[in-house]
Design a protein around this ligand. Structure first.
Ligand code: NAD
Length: 285
């Protein structure tokens, strides 16, 4: 796979495009209009600075600055996919929107092109039929801050061709990811299948008045040598996201959502991003 196209240049799409170009691939980055592409240019410039500051290793010659020159921007969808070997889709998390874009690229891309979705919550089988090439379609799921949190969860559908799956695993490795092979479709992949119940259990301990966040976090850190406890993780994820997930849950989870809203979100305390959540940032030593 040589020519890579990324659809959507938001939080994750810009990171995927940049990481891929950083590792020497030619990348086409697509977004809906010129204004979105202008924002993408700003994101790429910011990522180049971040890669330099973090001294991200393993890139192709020229480092982060040269990566930008390997990314071509376009808002013409047919042009974006015309010579792609692999299309990675990172458009908003909306089933109809994604199905629509797969129908359009299914017609516009060469029949050999492989499609991969970065969707966090939709199973790839919900999108496979729209692609008109279910054997050449799978999920390739990255984590935010991809250069540091470099897992790439690879999850096919029952229709995904094994050779296609293996090629995508190899591509993930080539762009500096640790490919995580998932053998069956699973909502939440591996990371969220582990993380969500863990965070929910912590929320319940708080709602039930069993202990305060500091005590719960300290127990987890000291007891398992993990670097962070659940409420420190909540602050990183962002309390709005935590609220949106919790309010869809059972009675206990809804009570936790109410607590998040009243004590934190309504006060503008959204976590690390706003400087305060369960903790105040930067943290006192
Ligand atoms: P985002 O809102 O930051 O970016 C979405 C981008 O898609 C925007 O640039 C927007 O202009 C563009 N877009 C809107 N409509 C479009 C269309 N019809 N066609 C093409 N592009 C369109 O979203 P995000 O956080 O980058 O999430 C994108 C995908 O990545 C989602 O499926 C999400 O589940 C997944 N994801 C997100 C994260 C995360 O931490 N943000 C992590 C892993 C996976």
């Amino acid at each position: 796979m040589k020519n890579i196209t990324v659809l959507g240049t938001g939080v994750l799409g810009s990171q995927i495009a940049f990481q891929t170009a950083f590792h020497g691939f030619d990348v086409v980055a697509y977004d809906i209009d010129q204004a979105a592409l202008d924002r993408a240019s700003d994101r790429f410039a910011g990522l180049a600075q971040r890669y330099e500051a973090d001294a991200v290793a393993g890139g192709a010659e020229g480092g982060p600055r040269a990566a930008i020159s390997r990314i071509r921007l376009t808002h013409d969808l047919a042009d974006a996919v015309a010579s792609a070997d692999l299309v990675i889709e990172a458009v908003p998390e909306n089933l109809e929107l994604k199905q629509d874009i797969y129908r359009r690229i299914g017609e516009a891309a060469p029949s050999s092109t492989v499609f991969a979705t970065n969707s966090s919550t939709l199973l790839p089988s919900a999108l496979a039929e729209s692609t008109a090439r279910p054997d050449r379609f799978l999920a390739l799921h990255f984590a935010n801050e991809i250069w540091a949190h470099n897992t790439a969860e690879v999850m096919g559908t029952p229709a995904t061709d094994e050779t296609v799956y293996a090629r995508v695993v190899e591509f993930a490795r080539q762009i500096g990811m640790v490919p995580i092979e998932i053998k069956k479709e699973k909502a939440g992949y591996l990371l969220n299948s582990l993380l969500v119940p863990f965070l929910q259990a912590a929320g319940e301990l708080l709602v039930d008045g069993i202990a305060e966040p500091e005590a719960i976090d300290a127990t987890w850190r000291i007891g398992t040598s993990a670097p962070k406890g659940p409420f420190e993780i909540y602050d990183i994820v962002g309390l709005t996201t935590a609220y949106n997930i919790s309010r869809m849950g059972d009675e206990k989870q809804q009570a936790f959502a109410d607590l998040l809203k009243e004590r934190y979100i309504d006060q503008g305390k959204l976590g690390v991003a706003t400087g305060e959540g369960f903790y105040t940032y930067p943290r006192q030593a």
